[in-house]
Structures are given as structure tokens and as C-alpha cells.
Design a protein around this ligand. Sequence first.
Ligand code: 13P
Length: 251
Amino acid sequence: MARRPIIAGNWKMNMTRAQAAQLITELKPLVADADAEVVICVPYTDIDTAVTLCKGSNIKVGAENVAWAEKGAFTGEISADMLLELGTEYVIIGHSERRQYFGETDASVNARLKTAIAKGLKPIVCVGETLEERESGKTDDVIETQVKGAFDGVSAEDAAKVVIAYEPVWAIGTGKTATSEQAEETIKAIRGVMAGLYGAAVADAVRIQYGGSMNPKNVKELMAQPDIDGGLIGGASLKAVDFSQVVNYKD
Ligand code: 13P
């Protein structure tokens, strides 16, 4: 089954509204002819601007997190309804920076994922091992625990539509990309976990991105791997030309 590549930017905590408007205006013509699905995941305060500017273009807008609760006393959180009202389509869940700095766990990732699915947001669920875990040979176990934890109680039909991002923590923002072999090997293992949970058809349908210092120079080789279906791009998504070169990796 052919999986459509998906290249998503993760702006993290960058870009004021004015900066966002400038970047999107530059980006739009550069990615207009892309074969891949193009997404930018932006800070909450940029969503309104991004949705307005991306209307009528091929760029879809995502958030960087979503609350598990529908509404109520959850100071600082943003609900799925709030995101949907603005026209948000995608949402990143369980990014390693959330796990590392904000106490996100497999259980909270699972709760957020289930809410996103129930509300109709398209989730990009992140998993990935630390350097210590990789060096002690625990990568596959860590990934399996994270994937099983995230998808606990999610139906096969819903699981097939979720995008998974494999982001080795040691490759994020460090300039150290996983080799295409390392990325392919672990992404293949993730597909294997999905096959164990849901069967071959779901494992074959689910799109799995690589993330971690992906850039115009290494994108082609990574995307040539059979199990890598796209990228989640941090630093290189903050410059229109760089991000467009990643998006148009086939050119
Ligand atoms: P970098 O591309 O800056 O390494 O960030 C990757 C990432 O965390 C995307 O979510």
C-alpha cells in the first residue's frame, strides 16, 4: 500500500505572530507544488495567523500539544475544541521535550491521543530513545513501551490514521542525525510493534516519520528508506528555503 509522505515542521517555542506571518508568506509559493503532505505545527498564539494565511494553500496547520480534558480547571492547557475552532488540523502529542521538561508520560500521551482522536484532530505521536538507552541496547524495548503506552485502548481503525514520529532524543537539535540505516531499523521495529498490536494491514497503512536534525542535506537519503514516510522538522522548519527544500526532497 502506498503511504503518502508527510513533512511537518515543529516550530517549538519560536516565532512571534509577526515572524510567523513573514515565514508563512515566504513559504507558501516555495512548497505549492509539493507531492508530500505539508504541515506546520506552530505555537498556540500563531495558530490563528497560520490558519488564515494558509487558507487556499496546500499547507496544513497543527498545534504542538492538546489537553486530554474537554474543558475545566486545567490552568495553562488548551482544549481540542479551542484548537478546532481556529481551524487546526494536526496536533503533535508526546514530543520528547514535553516528556523531558514537562512531566509527560506514556499515560498522559495516551490520554491526549484518545481525546485528539475523539475530537477529530489528526495526531502526530512522538516516540524515541535517549542516548543512554540506545547505548545500552534498550532502543527497541523503549520504543515498544512508548508505542504500546500511547496506543492503549485505541481502535485499529483509528490507529491506522495516526502519524507516528520516531525522534531519537540524541538527534534532536544536536546536528547529529541518526544514520538512514539506524532510522530505518527503528522505524521498521515500530511498524513491527503496530503489526503486533493491530495486524499487518494497520502496520502497513500507518505513516511513520523520522525526526532529529533532518535537513535539506540528509532528507533525500532518509526518505529513500522503505519504512520512512516523512519527517518532523525542528530547526530547519524555521527558515522558508530550508523547509521548502526538505518538503521538495525529490527535486
Ligand atoms: P531538530 O530538527 O531541530 O533536530 O528537531 C527535531 C524535532 O524535535 C522535531 O519535533
